[in-house]
Design a protein around this ligand. Structure first.
Ligand code: HEM
Ligand code: HEM
Length: 188
């Protein structure tokens, strides 16, 4: 498999980053909802609230680094041609959904970062390193960023749902193997 995209398929780097972000975002949604919903002093799966917060913030910042790699990888390389089974309306939908997905890959971690820095909660990276706070406590900014983080989380979830439903519609009902285009051994 080629490392970069070619005109007829996605390369290894695009596929690797795609599924890495899926895994990291799955963790972000799980941990985000667990940590905000749990009782103080309680444990979920043997893990306390502070640890969930630390790992949510830390993995979120790692995801920001990957999003930067990913957008560079996409902008310097080429994209494969459209799958031949996509209709014109679907191409427009995919294009818009991908814009939202890329935007969310930045808005989510940046709003989370601004929220915790402006709220003066800080980031203890992987439970070990306290990051400096270049913003300082600004309550109004923290509230705004928290609001953006929560709303963007719903917008991202809707875009992912639309993206996944489109892929599954093709894969399961149209049986055109669209999903294979993003899997390691492309069969189509
Ligand atoms: C990279 C992608 C990220 C995703 C997908 C994500 C997703 C989420 C979700 C789904 C929630 C639950 C929201 C709710 O209360 O309904 C949440 C909460 C939260 N996130 Fe993130 N997050 C990300 C990155 C970050 C980063 C980098 C930070 C900080 C450095 C952060 C800090 C927080 C905090 C403090 C909360 C709790 C907000 C509250 O008190 O309601 N997040 N996040
Ligand atoms: C956090 C969740 C997800 C995000 C942010 C995301 C994002 C993207 C983006 C931006 C692309 C365009 C290629 C690129 O620039 O990398 C893409 C393509 C693709 N995604 Fe996802 N995706 C997510 C989840 C999923 C899931 C769960 C599936 C499986 C059903 C999936 C299947 C695909 C496929 C098959 C393509 C290639 C479509 C084509 O032929 O062009 N994605 N995804």
């Amino acid at each position: 498999m080629a490392l970069t995209n070619t005109s007829d398929r996605y390369g290894a780097l695009t596929k690797f980053f795609h599924w890495l972000i899926v895994a990291l975002f799955a963790w972000q949604y799980f941990s985000g909802n667990v940590m905000t919903g749990m009782e103080r002093g309680s444990l979920v799966a043997g893990i306390g609230q502070n640890a969930y917060f630390n790992w949510h913030k830390s993995i979120g910042l790692v995801a920001l680094g990957i999003a930067i790699f990913r957008i560079i990888n996409r902008s310097i390389g080429q994209l494969p041609n459209w799958a031949p089974t996509l209709g014109n309306g679907e191409k427009v939908f995919i294009h818009r959904a991908e814009q939202v997905l890329y935007l969310a890959m930045f808005v989510m971690p940046i709003s989370g970062y601004i929220y915790v820095m402006a709220g003066d909660y800080g980031v203890l990276l992987f439970g070990e390193w306290k990051l400096p706070n270049p913003i300082g406590k600004i309550e109004a900014l923290a509230n705004g960023a928290k609001w953006v983080h929560i709303v963007a989380g719903y917008v991202l979830a809707a875009a992912v749902l639309g993206h996944v439903l489109l892929v599954l519609r093709h894969q399961i009902f149209m049986r055109d193997g669209l999903l294979w285009r993003m899997l390691p051994s492309q069969r189509k």
